[in-house]
Write a protein that binds this ligand. Sequence first.
Ligand code: GLC
Length: 407
Amino acid sequence: MSDAEQKDQERRLAWFRRARFGMFIHWGLYAQLGRHEWVMNRERIPVEAYEKLADTWQPKPNAARDWAKLAKAAGMRYMVMTTKHHEGFCLFDSELTDYNAVKRSPGRDLVAEYVAAARAEGLRVGFYYSLLDWHHPDGARCANDEAARRRFVEYTHGMVRELCTNYGKLDIIWYDGGWPLDAEGWESVRLNAMVRELQPDIIINNRSRIDEDFGTPEQHITPEAGGRMWEACMTMNDSWGYTPIDRNWKTAWDVVGMLRRVAAGGGNLLLNIGPLPDGSVPYQCIGVFNEVGQWLAKYGPTIYDATDSMQQEWQTPGAFTRRGSTIYFHCNRWPGSELAIGGLRNKLLAARLFAGPAIDFTQEADRLVLAGLPEVAPDPLATVIELEVAGEPRQELGPGCVLLDEV
Ligand code: GLC
């Protein structure tokens, strides 16, 4: 990448580097079956049978308003919705296929409703678009039939053009399902050049099989190397689409822990909801999102504005984020009135509960003991303790223990 390109990339990424938390929405015909968004493929449902779901889908009007309000209440700063998943059904109006929400049963442009809802809450807008398509006759054939590939690439580029033209300013294009072609087959360089021409400020993920602006670790939180921007996408149970039989729900405690980890690694968390066919949000998500939002209302600065990782060691009661020489210790396993942290290599200048009273401490060699804390965790999701230290924060524990005469 040239210097100018890199500069432009940083300009476009500036909001995203500080966004930290977004809502992913997987919604499509599959919600009616309630068995994961891969149900068509996993159960080998024939296209002709699956297609009928387009004539029975009746989302309630403006469900997206509730999503956007929930996202806002959760402390999220952007949304990304599936405009077309692997099933091939378009939630937007298209001139390239009638297999879309306007021409079939919903009778409305669900993408337009989503965009309006996100904007009304001041949230940034992202479009998920699956390149892979189980419905289009060339969707699989394109792998070994050049004429089919050309037709399918034309179709794909045409749809992305529609999405980038018909909904005003977009913030993210989030490709997925880069099978069965490679970047050359998808003509991704040309595709993304078109996207940028239509949307000069947009950021593009890495799933058109070229790196573009950010990485997308899925179901794990792993920073990218070299300061490259990244966003971890995670489900609330183990499915993206509505799947009530999957009951492995994450808790608010889990989500706050994930936020701490993405913040420490300088990335974002894109947390998914799979709405019901009518667009309602699963109640398991509503409760958790609101709880997380309340927590962020108090502790937000320790997540949104704490972008640097520091060298840190694992320890049972919690872990850090930091900003300059202020360390935020997110204590999510509260040990009682005394909390000891080993291996801190900086002199501690002050300790306090975040936005709260000062804490007494002693620091001997590399053992820091905070005393006189409440017996019970003030915030069970994570109580943040703010530590003001001298110099660049660093924590390092060797393999052994300190002998008293070395102190
Ligand atoms: C995987 C799944 C897809 C889901 C996506 C979200 O690629 O195949 O269903 O939409 O992850 O990142």
